[in-house]
Design a protein around this ligand. Structure first.
Ligand SMILES: Cc1cc2nc3c(=O)[nH]c(=O)nc-3n(C[C@H](O)[C@H](O)[C@H](O)COP(=O)(O)OP(=O)(O)OC[C@H]3O[C@@H](n4cnc5c(N)ncnc54)[C@H](O)[C@@H]3O)c2cc1C
Length: 386
């Protein structure tokens, strides 16, 4: 096991898991877990070593999301969303002096970055913006009616999408990195939800200004296809797998306890447990295969923007988001009332509620509609290995 993973597992087991129930019940930011993640220098893991980070690869980051997902899904989701933003800066900001300096701060100060893509008027259609960046001389200003900014109140910076200019069409977007001393948040909604309650994903009006160099030079369409979309689907899927893994481990403990109680018999839940483990293996295979596909495509804009790559990443998201709920459901059936209770060691209530967010976090119907369009022109691939 890598040293990074050991550190994440320690934070997960000793801190995040201990506070997970309170974070969920109070719908509050997981302060304890993030203090520990910062102390372990895990927020800047993806920053290259030359800027003071650990230069972690995507599979290493996925393993951390997976480990945290087994302890507190809200902590894992915040960690994942932050790493997605860092990945965008690492991969698309290094040619700009402003972003290079930010990379150093991300590693040194363990800053936490949030994301503002969703917007009133376009909903979850992240490839359209209503708001626009206004540049005057060397300065920019931006106001965005962001319907959801997870942990907005606790972040040190936000990556916001917007139209390139007030004259640009909705799809001509850029990403602006805005920092806490350069923005003001006016809260417009609260976050009292079924699950993922600790992400504190309130709505805000974001009013920002700063240096025009804070705008990432590459169009958002390219950043999205090459980095934001694949890293989102990979990190999210890894932590959803983490939720499912912990639910199955509770179900396994339940079945073993039953076996001990009634020695010589096969507990009723054993068969369903075998099925749950089978589904978990499929989920894991999906994540690992997609991670390898992403690693193989890195560095090739052509492979990252291929239709087949987009379909594979879409399928990863829609598939794992549904399987997470299915696997936790199996765990619930195995544990029965003990799984349905909030106050039992075998409880999978929070797992089930958190897992249900997966299909909405960029709505699966929206993603399936996109895949359906791509399939109209994508050539069949009859091969087994890519
Ligand atoms: C835990 C969590 C954290 C989040 N954090 C953030 C964050 O930090 N920053 C951020 O910007 N966003 C965040 N989001 C928002 C998220 O990424 C989506 O934008 C949001 O969930 C979409 O909301 P929606 O389903 O109501 O809207 P839409 O995607 O607009 O969907 C509305 C309805 O229309 C249907 N629909 C819409 N378009 C289509 C289509 N093309 N084809 C078929 N059906 C369609 C859907 O079925 C759905 O019922 C978060 C969401 C969750 C659950």
């Amino acid at each position: 096991m890598s040293e990074l993973l050991q550190r994440a597992r320690r934070v997960g087991a000793e801190v995040a898991a201990r506070h997970a129930a309170a974070v969920d019940a109070e719908a509050r930011f997981p302060h304890e877990a993030f203090a520990a993640l910062k102390a372990e220098k895990l927020l800047g893991v993806m920053v290259p070593a030359e800027f003071g980070g650990a230069g972690a690869s995507i599979p290493e980051v996925l393993a951390l999301c997976h480990a945290l997902g087994q302890s507190c899904a809200s902590t894992a989701m915040i960690f994942a969303m932050h790493q997605i933003q860092v990945a965008c800066i690492v991969r698309h900001g290094q040619q700009s002096a402003w972003h290079r300096a930010l990379l150093q701060r991300l590693a040194g100060e363990q800053m936490l970055l949030a994301s503002a893509t969703s917007e009133a008027g376009v909903g979850g259609d992240v490839r359209s913006s209503v708001c626009a960046v206004e540049v005057e001389g060397e300065r920019f200003s931006l106001s965005k009616n962001a319907t959801v900014i997870s942990y907005g109140a606790d972040a040190d910076g936000i990556l916001a999408t917007a139209r390139r200019t007030p004259e640009s069409p909705a799809s001509d977007q850029v990403i602006v990195v805005v920092l806490k001393d350069g923005y003001r948040l006016e809260q417009t909604s609260t976050w009292d939800t079924l699950g993922m309650r600790g992400t504190c994903s309130n709505g805000y009006w974001l009013h920002a200004e700063g240096d025009a160099r804070q705008i990432l030079p590459l169009p958002y369409a390219d950043i999205s296809a090459q980095t934001m979309l694949p890293t989102s689907h990979l990190t999210w899927s890894s932590l959803w797998l983490g939720i499912a893994t912990d639910a199955v481990s509770r179900a396994r403990a339940f079945v073993r306890a039953e076996a001990r109680r009634k020695a010589g018999t096969v507990p009723a839940g054993a068969l369903r447990l075998a099925e749950a483990v089978n589904l978990l293996q499929l989920m894991r295979s999906n994540v690992v295969a997609a991670a390898r596909q992403y690693e193989a495509a890195l560095g090739s804009a052509e492979r990252l923007t291929a239709l087949s790559f987009a379909v594979a990443m879409n399928n990863l998201k829609t598939g794992t988001s549904q399987m997470a709920v299915q696997v936790v459901n199996h765990a619930l059936l195995i544990c029965g009332i003990a799984g349905y209770r909030n106050d039992s060691d075998f409880s999978v209530c929070r797992h089930l509620r958190d897992a249900h967010s997966a299909a909405l976090m960029v709505n699966n119907d929206r993603i399936l509609a996109n895949t359906a369009n791509l399939l109209l022109v994508l050539k069949d691939d009859p091969g087994l290995f890519p």
